[in-house]
Write a protein that binds this ligand. Structure first.
Ligand SMILES: [Mg+2]
Length: 236
């Protein structure tokens, strides 16, 4: 059965548990970044983005930015604890980008996602990604989708450094302003109830996503979907 949604001026999507499996993140992406972190810092520590991320970790730890051992240990601990720290997200994004480029990583998308994104894009609805993973990581994940480059369909990306935390209303206010869109014409898709609540508090339309096997999902709103193919969407 199709779930009708009011006309929208953009669709904003979560990644983990929504377009892509959380298990892929925890079983493939996190371990890859964990294994590569020390080498990455050793080889790229002089490059501006990496240097800035290292400086941020050093500041939080109260150590000198040359104390690579302490910095790597903290980054690995954050990966193990799934802490959404901005410098970690930045470094992970860079490491994954290189992993995709080397052919050592492929991303995951649920089967219904690519055709839905293509159809919505074709219908003239701008597609937006909002994830706590860095914008670089988001773009790499969509660009390396199993059946081709989907990043070309995405018109904007937001992360915790550009929009703020995903469970806070203000982040959704910020995204609406950045998109120049009326909040009631924005549709947010996520598997996490706190995120849906925050978007709804900002005046957005929301649809919960509950996919088979995604055990961390908490979405409990009406409507709820288990596949993007269930949505009946029109451009607003
Ligand atoms: Mg999610």
């Amino acid at each position: 059965m199709k779930v009708p949604v009011e006309p929208v001026s953009a669709i904003v999507m979560d990644i983990e548990g929504t377009t892509s499996s959380a298990r892929h993140v925890y079983e493939v992406l996190f371990p890859y970044a964990r294994a590569a972190m020390a080498t990455w810092i050793e080889q790229h520590g002089d490059e501006p983005v990496t240097r800035e991320a290292i400086a941020e970790v050093a500041e939080q730890l109260g150590v000198d930015s040359t104390n690579t051992a302490a910095i790597v240990a903290q980054l690995v601990q954050w990966i193990d604890d799934d802490v959404k720290a901005a410098p970690l997200k930045t470094l992970q994004g860079l490491i994954w980008q290189e992993g995709y480029a080397r052919g050592e990583l492929t991303s995951h998308m649920f089967d219904d996602v690519p055709p839905a994104l293509r159809a919505w894009h074709e219908a003239g609805i701008p597609l937006v990604v909002y994830s706590s993973g860095s914008v670089a990581a988001q773009k790499a994940l969509f660009a390396n989708a199993p059946d081709g480059n989907l990043d070309v369909l995405i018109s904007s990306n937001f992360d915790i450094t550009t929009a703020g935390p995903k469970r806070e209303r203000d982040s959704y206010v910020r995204i609406a302003q950045a998109l120049g869109a009326a909040p009631e014409q924005l549709l947010f898709l996520s598997d996490i109830q706190d995120e849906l609540d925050a978007a709804r508090a900002a005046g957005w339309q929301v649809v919960g996503v509950l996919r088979d096997g995604e055990t961390q999902a908490t979405a409990n709103v009406d409507p709820l979907i288990s596949s993007f193919s269930e949505l009946d969407l029109h451009a607003g």
